[in-house]
Ligand binder design. Structure first.
Ligand code: XMP
Ligand code: MG
Length: 183
């Protein structure tokens, strides 16, 4: 798909690459302070968090091991099913680790609330969340999220790791997907 065709499928750029990078630097500075004396483990949720993990981790002025988990609750649609399936489990033992989950987006919150409970049951010393994006109007369950990049409206967004049916992840900005694409 060429650039002109892609722009026809997006209605609006919500967050630019520059805004993302600036916010990542701010949050990383705060995380570096908060985790200075902790046993930090970054856990990225595949695949959406790949871009934010790569850029965020490189903003951190400290040793920051990372692990990955793949879960699915969406299929190819645009609404969370609430049924979370582990597609790839962690490699690391969470015992006594201070886990910081790195997520692309909190929509209904169903996936994260399931993950938080799951990680706490594995003996982590602490579990906190950093989500690049959050849709406050879409929340179905409350999720305690310590670090939030941007609160956005309740629209389906793509880019910077976020996909629709595996497309658009490589866009550099976060943009609203035109409803005609998935209607
Ligand atoms: P929930 O609803 O459980 O969302 O908080 C979990 C996961 O669903 C994906 N998600 C989106 N992906 N545009 C996307 O490309 C969106 O607007 C969107 N909303 C949710 C995402 O992977 C999130 O972690
Ligand atoms: Mg995700």
């Amino acid at each position: 798909m060429r650039a002109a065709e892609i722009s026809d499928q997006l209605t609006e750029v919500l967050v630019t690459e520059e805004q993302i990078q600036e916010r990542l630097r701010e949050i990383a500075a705060q995380v570096a302070i908060d985790y200075a004396d902790k046993n930090l483990l970054l856990v990225g949720v595949l695949k959406g968090a790949v871009m934010v993990m790569a850029d965020f981790a490189r903003c951190l002025p400290m040793v920051a091991p990372m692990d990955w988990m793949a879960v699915s609750s969406y299929g190819a649609g645009t609404k969370s099913s609430g049924v979370v399936q582990i597609r790839k489990d962690l490699d690391e033992d969470l015992h006594d680790r201070d886990v910081l989950i790195v997520e692309d987006i909190i929509d209904s919150g169903l996936t994260l609330s399931w993950l938080l409970e799951n990680f706490e049951s594995r003996g982590a010393a602490s579990v906190e969340v950093f989500a690049l994006l959050r849709k406050p109007e879409a929340a179905k369950v409350h999720v305690e999220c310590k670090y939030v990049g941007f609160d956005i409206a309740n629209e389906f967004v793509v880019g910077y790791g976020l996909d629709y049916a595996e497309s658009y992840r490589n866009l550099r900005d976060v943009a609203v997907l035109a409803p005609h694409v998935y209607a």
